[in-house]
Design a protein around this ligand. Structure first.
Ligand SMILES: Cc1ncc(COP(=O)(O)O)c(C=O)c1O
Length: 376
């Protein structure tokens, strides 16, 4: 096996494939663009680490101005905390007895830990473990903006908050509302209208909470797709964007309009590097990137380099892909490197141990995906 650090300084074509590589300029641009955009709107960024699953990337997001990072699961939070990142919001439910013990261990290591609740019995169980320790766990009420995945239905939100507020050891500091169903609506106008309508309903509850005396410091919402819409809701304090750092085909295909420094959207920074491994047939070649290196959901990867050849990717099994050619083309001869776009970024990143960082065609760094597999 090639020692990955020994590849630093080499041309990217020396990378063993299939592998993930990121264009450093585009990635840094995405990090800065969103941070600047949110700063200009008076909103904070709590970047979601579920996309990159890398404690080093999380540290970079904090360095660039994020107020914290999100973890989708407890083990993701544990990984971040292990690497010294204490400002972690766990955005999904933590429900088992064993997980509650781990949550409390995390609290001992990261005083800035925040967790969401959407079930009162579950909150009661956590409270029973936290309160006797004399500690306080900060929490957000996870409100369901009609996504129906997790979250308290808005009609039950007031009752829920009063019940949660009774529990010792838990400190309610705001709400979370994530509308995952709206992030990829293709029409910008429709996406903005849908997200604003969903979040306005949540904002009404947020304001009711405030008028009933609940401390509401945080309204954590949104993702990459709805960021333009969500910053216009005055009650929203922070955005939980994740994919913006790398982007993918799913996001590249929706309408963005123009809202960042550069016209359009965030740049596609991440790509999959593959090699032509067989050329024995007319009309197509076989490359070494299949289902084990590209998550299938979210669209068909496109051949981004060699560029403008009209070549198209087709799934060809676990280890292989088929690249259909319009005409015989020496750019697709045996051993040639092919760059593919990523269909769906988060689950694709979770297939690799590291991402090679490339600048001016040279490998300049290796980013460990150290939270890979932290799905528990
Ligand atoms: C709760 C939550 N918040 C934020 C995000 C980030 O969304 P995106 O990657 O679209 O920015 C996700 C993604 O699935 C999520 O589940």
């Amino acid at each position: 096996m090639v020692e990955k650090m020994s590849l630093i300084g080499k041309h990217y074509s020396a990378l063993p494939t299939p592998c993930l590589a990121v264009n450093r300029r585009a990635m840094e641009g995405n990090l800065s663009s969103l941070q600047r955009f949110l700063d200009s709107k008076g909103k904070s960024l709590r970047a979601h680490a579920k996309t990159h699953k890398s404690s080093r990337m999380a540290a970079l997001q904090l360095e660039k101005g994020a107020i914290g990072v999100c973890a989708a699961k407890l083990s993701e939070a544990e990984g971040l905390i292990r690497h010294g990142i204490e400002k972690v919001l766990i955005t999904g439910p933590v429900v088992s007895d064993e997980a509650h013990d781990r949550l409390i261990r995390c609290l001992g290591l990261a005083s800035d830990l925040i967790v969401v609740f959407d079930n009162i019995e579950n909150a009661r169980r956590v409270s029973r473990k936290v309160a006797p320790l004399g500690r306080t766990l900060r929490c957000l009420i996870d409100l369901d903006p009609d996504f129906n995945r997790t979250g308290v239905p808005l009609g039950e939100a007031i009752h829920f908050a009063h019940a949660l507020g009774e529990l010792p050891g838990l400190d309610i500091c705001g709400v979370q509302a994530y509308a995952g169903n709206l992030q990829h609506i293709a029409s910008l106008a429709q996406r903005i209208a849908s997200s604003q309508s969903a979040l306005k309903a949540v904002a009404d509850v947020f304001n009711d909470y405030k008028s009933q005396g609940f401390k509401m410091d945080i309204f954590s919402a949104g993702g990459t797709g709805t960021v333009q819409a969500d910053v216009a809701i005055p009650e929203v304090t922070e955005i939980q964007a994740g994919s913006y750092v790398f982007m993918d085909v799913e996001y590249a295909e929706i309408e963005w309009g123009s809202f960042l420094d550069h016209p359009g959207t965030f740049e596609s920074a991440l790509y999959l590097l593959s090699t032509v491994v067989s050329t024995n047939h007319q009309g197509f070649v076989t490359i070494d990137a299949g289902l084990k290196s590209l998550y299938r959901d979210g669209g068909i990867p496109s051949v981004i380099q060699p560029a403008q050849t009209g070549a198209t990717y087709e799934w060809f099994g676990d280890e292989y892909g088929r690249v259909n050619l319009q005409k015989p083309d020496p750019a697709f001869s045996l051993g040639q490197k092919i760059k593919l776009s990523i269909s769906h970024v988060d689950p694709t990143v979770n297939l690799f141990d590291n991402i090679f960082v490339v600048e001016n065609e040279t490998v300049v760094d290796v980013l460990p995906i150290d939270l890979r597999g932290c799905s528990q």
